[in-house]
Design a protein around this ligand. Sequence first.
Ligand SMILES: [Zn+2]
Length: 69
Amino acid sequence: MTKLVKSRKAFACQECKAPVNKGDSYARKTRTIGNPRRQTVENRAGIPTIIEHGFSYTAKLCEKCAGSF
Ligand SMILES: [Zn+2]
């Protein structure tokens, strides 16, 4: 269930690029790219380096897009 919050400033929906005005409802959605939990250690030039295989970020979506998830 997506919780809608009131926007305190205008921005563009990250899905459809529609403008979300101040005071409009929008939804925050955590998006994951790849697999952030998967990490491997590789030896790069003699230095053990942690390689991450993904990351997550919070997308801000308009009410219409939030309903389609
Ligand atoms: Zn949208």
